[in-house]
Unconditional design. Sequence first.
Length: 178
Amino acid sequence: MAQNSSLANNEFAEIVPKAEFEPRPAVYTAVPLTIHSTPAEVETDDWTDDQTGDQKDYFVEKDGVVFAGSHILADLWGARNLDNQDLIERALRQAAEACGATLLHIHLHQFTGGGGVSGVAVLAESHISVHTWPERNFAAFDVFMCGKCDPLDALPVLQDFFEPTDMQVNSNRRGLIK
């Protein structure tokens, strides 16, 4: 099967067997754009331009295109550990760290009766969400990040934790500036 090493906007990847998957190197650069009003709830120490005092907006510039961030949808088939809430939390933490993201909060819900887990890791750069179906050995991950973070760097972490036999990856650029 073909190895998927770079996905264009809104491109669907083939199912990639674990042994063939390699993440692409991060190639994003953060492009600070200016918003002229700063919401009260935003800490201005890290989010403010030192010269102008305006709030920064970390859109991404790649291949001459400016956009809000990359959104990866990963379907893991033949996966394991999908009812283990503690392991899923560790996986989300390590995935965020691998991407260079800032973890703000994790909320997970374990369904009763041997059901799956649904939840989200809220990041300063956006989020990683998960929904698992252990009875089908299937997990759906949604990884959206802006700035210098590359959501594709989360995929090897997810593979290590959940050992899927197959993975489908769909990539989208969100917030395209035309």
